[in-house]
Design a protein. Structure first.
Lengths: 496, 163
């Protein structure tokens, strides 16, 4: 199929009112979810997922992508107005956004956050369109040993950078991999940890596990500490961002977008490091570096560009390799699976219309974000005023319905509750949840590729090092382990 | 708990889990055909690898934990009354167990209404009337969506049935 044919096929899927409405609804849900402290973009995507089941695959996925993009921007609203980042990615925005709000320039800070977010989002989407197809065509030549090495590398980097300790990240990933072994064996069909219960033979339901890990712990945290403080909402003020200010910050925005694209395309790094790196680079290069941290508008622009630059790029490994780049794309992979789609290089051959449909939708999402984000800035007050102690029971009921709806199975609701306590315990012990979830998703793929490779070689492990691609990924894995271990040791030495 | 205590508890816990997996759970709860020629293809091989790695990570956590300072500040935010907090957590666990039990018996809508109200009061909401109104409306709206739009067979229970 030629490029034009692919684009036309994509248009035929998304060139209708329902597709754009889904995307717009997704952006609205995302902005609201991101803007409510305690909900976060991740929870918003997880809660929206069950509502996409009755939708067409493309519309459902577009809705979730809209939630993702809206959620990342939405997180900046409470970061600036109440000094509480709606998402971890917005933590860098607080540094300059809140001081601006405190001196009555919240509208100006939020305006710049919106403009920077939309610009970065567009750049990130273009990077996705440019690189995903190329990477997928390269990945078509991968066999089981290459996929095994790639997944192992992804898990290593996710385990290493998700929390503040490589060992705790590794423990989290290992627990996720262990949980993924529940069910029938992939080759022999024998029972593994099923205890003879038919509900366990297909393995644990992925959506029950993810909602349990990311939504229920927030409810349990509210039960543990119901009066967790939320700061006072600052007024928007009369000043608004000007085009001249946008032009002055443009270099930082573009630089931050590329930092976001680069870090987002590496599985596991996520938006928060991108925002902080973009912020520190902007401060290093800015003539106003003394103002950073005291309410410098360029600081807001750089951190928002960094975190939104990630949003399209995390879809590069998801679509091209089938490896989720962060927790949110790990949830979005669930939407693909529910609709019978398997992201990865073969999707660029078998479902090229959906791929191009998504690309087209993503380009429009930046424009929708601009319009909806602008309205959300002015209408934030009601979202901030939703009492958390009404919100959390609502989330509990939403989770119960949503998880049940996946397989019409009450057992899944039980799995969600149990995983909620696991997630709560992980939070108390500072074990990052992202490696757990991503390992749970990639576990069967990792084991399957390993065993297929062993079948191909008659049990010889040499096949795992059979060519330059496997060497490349093994080399990257070794480098990652060395770099993270050195970083951890240096940090421990500095503390001592 | 400070960083050191967390690290040590996790390490010891991981080693115990690994030992349990390798000496009891995998031999008893993972079935394997007897005629497998290559050990790496056995259904038990992968769980054993993961169990072994869990043990090694646990050992690493203990070794690094022992080198940490015992006088670091606690990592988790303290709450005013930890005893009341623990009681609320227990009540939450009971609420989840009762919800799970009641779903198939009295139906998802009625169970959700009761669990919504119970949770709102457990977290001591300052808006009891709003909570009660939402406890009725939210499950009904979700029922309408999932049952009539998404076509999901929402459990109705044995008593009052909805259209």
């Amino acid at each position: 199929m030629s490029l034009i044919d692919s684009i036309m096929a994509g248009f035929s899927l998304v060139g209708n009112f329902e597709a754009f409405l889904s995307l717009a609804i997704g952006v609205v849900i995302g902005v609201i979810g991101g803007a409510i402290p305690g909900v976060s973009a991740t929870m918003a995507v997880a809660l929206a997922l069950p509502f996409t089941f009755p939708m067409e695959a493309i519309n459902g996925i577009l809705l979730l992508l809209g939630v993702y993009k809206g959620g990342i921007f939405g997180g900046s609203i409470p970061a600036i107005l109440i000094k509480t980042p709606g998402t971890p990615a917005s933590s860098a925005t607080v540094l300059d956004g809140h001081p601006m709000a405190a001196r009555g320039e919240a509208g100006r800070a939020l305006g710049m956050a919106l403009w920077a977010s939309c610009t970065a989002d567009l750049i990130s989407n273009l990077a996705l369109i440019l690189f995903a197809g190329w990477l997928a065509s390269f990945a078509l030549s991968f066999g089981p040993p290459e996929f095994f090495a790639l997944i192992l590398f992804s898990l290593t980097i996710i385990a290493g950078v998700s929390g503040d300790s490589l060992l705790r990240g590794a423990l989290s990933a290992l627990l996720g991999l262990l949980l993924a072994t529940i069910g029938l064996d992939l080759i022999y069909g024998t029972n593994r940890f099923t205890f003879g219960d038919p509900s366990l033979m297909g393995g644990l339901n992925f959506i029950a596990v993810l909602i349990g890990l990311f939504a229920i712990p927030e409810i349990i945290n509210t039960v543990w500490h119901p009066t967790g403080h939320i700061g006072t909402v600052q007024k928007l003020g009369s000043k608004w961002v000007t085009f001249a200010e946008y032009r002055r910050c443009f270099k930082s925005i573009v630089r931050g977008s590329f930092i976001g694209v680069f870090l987002g395309s590496i599985p596991g790094i996520g938006a928060a490091p991108a925002a902080f790196l973009s912020y520190s680079e902007a401060r290093r290069k800015s003539p106003n570096k003394a103002n950073f941290g005291k309410g410098e508008i360029e600081g807001v622009a750089a951190s928002e560009a960094g975190n939104n630059g990630v949003a399209g790029a995390t879809l590069i490994p998801l679509l091209a390799l089938g490896v989720p780049g962060d927790v949110i794309t790990a949830i979005i992979i669930g939407a693909f699976m529910v609709h019978g789609l398997q992201p990865g290089p073969m999707m660029f051959v078998m479902n090229v219309d959906i791929i191009y449909g998504l690309f087209i939708g993503l380009i429009f999402s930046s424009a929708l974000l601009f319009v909806i984000g602008g309205l959300a800035i002015r209408g934030f007050k009601p979202a901030a005023d939703i009492p958390k102690r009404i919100l959390m029971p609502t989330v509990l009921v939403l989770c119960t319905y949503g998880v049940f709806a996946v397989n019409n199975n009450i057992f899944d609701v039980g799995v969600m509750f149990v995983m909620g306590w696991v997630g709560f315990a992980m939070g108390r012990y500072h074990i990052p949840a992202a490696p757990f979830l991503i390992a749970f998703i990639l576990g069967p793929l990792l084991e399957d590729n390993f065993r297929q490779a062993m079948l191909m070689s008659g049990g010889s492990p040499e096949i795992l090092l059979r060519g330059p691609i496997t060497w490349f990924f093994w080399g990257l894995t070794a480098l990652t382990v060395v770099a993270i271990t050195r970083g951890t040791l240096d940090k421990a030495r500095d503390k001592g | 708990m400070n960083q050191r205590a967390i690290q040590m508890q996790l390490g010891i816990g991981a080693m115990l889990v690994a030992a349990f997996l390798m000496f009891y759970a995998i031999p008893n709860w993972v079935s394997s055909p007897t005629n497998i020629r290559n050990v790496v293809l056995s259904p038990r091989f992968w769980p054993y690898v993961l169990g072994g790695l869990t043990g090694l990570v646990g050992l690493g956590l203990v070794v690094f934990g022992r080198r940490m300072s015992a006088s670091e500040a606690p990592l988790n935010e303290a709450i005013d009354d930890p005893r009341a907090g623990a009681l609320r957590l227990m009540a939450m666990a009971v609420l989840m167990a009762v919800t799970f039990w009641a779903l198939s018996r009295i139906g998802m809508v009625w169970t959700s209404m009761l669990s919504f109200a119970a949770l709102a009061f457990l977290v001591r909401t300052r808006h009891p009337v709003t909570a009660l109104v939402c406890a009725v409306l939210v499950p009904l709206l979700l029922y309408a969506f999932f049952a009539h739009v998404a076509g999901v067979a929402i459990p109705q229970g044995e008593f009052v049935r909805l259209p």
